[in-house]
Design a protein around this ligand. Structure first.
Ligand SMILES: Nc1nc2c(c(=O)[nH]1)N[C@H]1C(S)=C(S)[C@@H](COP(=O)(O)OP(=O)(O)OC[C@H]3O[C@@H](n4cnc5c(N)ncnc54)[C@H](O)[C@@H]3O)O[C@H]1N2
Ligand code: MOO
Ligand code: MG
Length: 421
């Protein structure tokens, strides 16, 4: 007899998955490989930046008090006693009306507290001695880049769990991290199931389709920051699937299958979970697409049975698997970032289940506007290409119309959201 599945609320389903979360572990990688990874420790300033006072312009380092009488008609003249570029340090201590010719980035000489830019200095030479005169009062600290103005030693600059972007790469180098502590990528195993599946390079034949989910989920796994261990595709045969799945689970941190989770005669995942002795956390969620998403745990390891229908598979991954991956990447906010946007389409029919519509989120006149990126059915592939967000249409008795305010989940954002949404 057909088993009756009771749909549970999406928030409850996410909570049940998150009860089995595991925290991230550290691995040290070369700074050359750290871009795009996630910090597993807070990033602290190991020194002041800059760590010496320096010239921000090419010009002359002077004692500002010597310019106190300078006017347009009565310039003040300085003797140029040294000449330094970036990387050089002058051994002169400036006396009254002495200047050091200095280039951008060079350490300020002892006694100097201001820089006269070349554009404001008039140069001259008498008997082989160089002079420079200035017609404008310079204040103490004028044109000086002070020690610690960029960062102070010991400051926490970036929190653990942050995606390493090009700016963080610059910071890491500044602070001498030739090796960077990053979260070890969880290894996510993946099998596609379905007798109808062709490999990408196979020609189409009646009744069969190319396996697109494997490539889609592999990309989603990588976008989430984890490593894919792709095992291949399996026919809908219980023994073959059971053996393959039971062998694969031990090799990975998280295990995903696509297809075979519904109530069809060849949907074997439910029986596989049962024979494995896995605890099914849920097998029906009040959401569209992805209502058949099934998640089980075996000895604390999560087994995600994503739908075979491409859009359902995609959404199931983002809502349930992504936060588990992000937690293992030390994220403070592992769930997709949620924002409010103005709906740019009509959805006149109500749906008892909450819908996650694959959508394009854009900014128009300073407002977030969300538009479906294609057909809103769970078997649709093409709408996924233009989707940078999932529009949330809460389940209930009403439809939605253009101009309504709705919530959206951003798929390509790194910051995440507090939970519950
Ligand atoms: N009597 C019922 N039938 C169905 C129900 C239900 O509640 N009662 N649920 C429907 C819903 S909702 C969905 S979603 C699908 C889910 O089916 P499965 O997860 O069991 O997946 P399959 O049956 O294996 O395949 C569904 C569909 O997706 C295609 N597919 C499968 N794998 C791939 C792949 N790797 N790449 C591309 N496309 C794939 C497959 O050919 C099927 O067309 O069940 C409904 N049925
Ligand atoms: O699991 Mo289905 O995706 O609700 O169409
Ligand atoms: Mg099925």
């Amino acid at each position: 007899m057909l088993e009756k599945r009771l749909p549970i609320h999406i928030g409850e389903a996410v909570n049940r998955v998150m009860m089995h979360k595991k925290s991230g572990t550290t691995e040290w990688v070369s700074i050359n490989e750290s871009y795009g990874r996630f910090l597993s420790e807070d990033l602290k300033a190991t020194s002041d930046v800059p760590h010496f006072d320096r010239a921000p312009y090419d010009g002359y380092a002077i004692r500002s008090k010597d310019t106190s009488e300078a006017t347009q008609t009565t310039p003040v003249t300085f003797e140029v006693v040294d000449h330094i570029g970036a990387g050089m340090v002058s051994d002169k201590e400036l006396g009254p009306f002495q200047a050091v010719r200095i280039m951008t980035g060079a350490q300020m000489p002892v006694g100097a507290d201001s820089v006269v830019m070349f554009e404001l200095a008039k140069e001259s030479a008498i008997d082989g001695i160089n002079y420079m005169s200035v017609k404008k009062i310079h204040k103490q600290g004028e044109n000086v880049s002070y020690r610690g103005e960029d960062a102070k030693e010991g400051e926490v600059l970036v929190n653990k769990g942050t995606f390493i972007n090009p700016g963080i790469q610059a910071m890491l180098a500044t602070f001498g991290y030739d090796k960077v502590p990053v979260a070890k990528k969880p290894v996510v195993g993946l099998y596609a199931t379905g007798t109808e599946l062709l490999e990408v390079n196979e020609p189409l034949v009646p009744g069969k389709i190319r396996n697109s989910n494997s490539y889609m989920i592999s990309a989603q796994i990588q976008r989430a920051g984890a490593e894919v261990r792709y095992f291949g595709q399996l026919p809908d045969d219980f023994d073959t699937c059971f053996e393959a799945v039971s062998n694969a689970i031990g090799e990975v941190d998280i295990f995903i299958t696509t297809g075979g989770v519904s109530v069809g005669d060849f949907d074997y995942l439910p029986q596989i979970y049962e024979k494995l002795g896995a605890e099914v956390l849920f097998n029906k969620v009040a959401m569209r697409p992805g209502s058949v998403t099934t998640v089980a745990q075996l000895d604390g390891k999560l087994l995600f049975g994503l739908s075979g229908n491409p859009s359902a598979c995609y959404v199931g991954f983002e809502l349930f698997a992504r936060p588990i991956i992000r937690i293992m990447l030390c994220a403070e906010w592992p769930h997709l970032r949620k924002e409010k946007a103005v709906l740019n389409a009509d959805f006149p029919k109500a749906n008892p289940f909450t819908r996650f519509v694959r959508s394009a989120l854009s900014i128009e006149d300073g407002k977030l506007v969300v538009t479906p990126s294609g057909l809103d059915k769970s078997n649709i592939i093409m709408s996924l290409a233009g989707a940078n967000s999932l529009m949330i249409l809460p389940g209930g008795t009403r439809g939605f119309e253009c101009g309504d305010n709705v919530e959206v989940l951003m798929l390509e954002d790194q910051s995440g959201s507090e939970w519950p949404w």
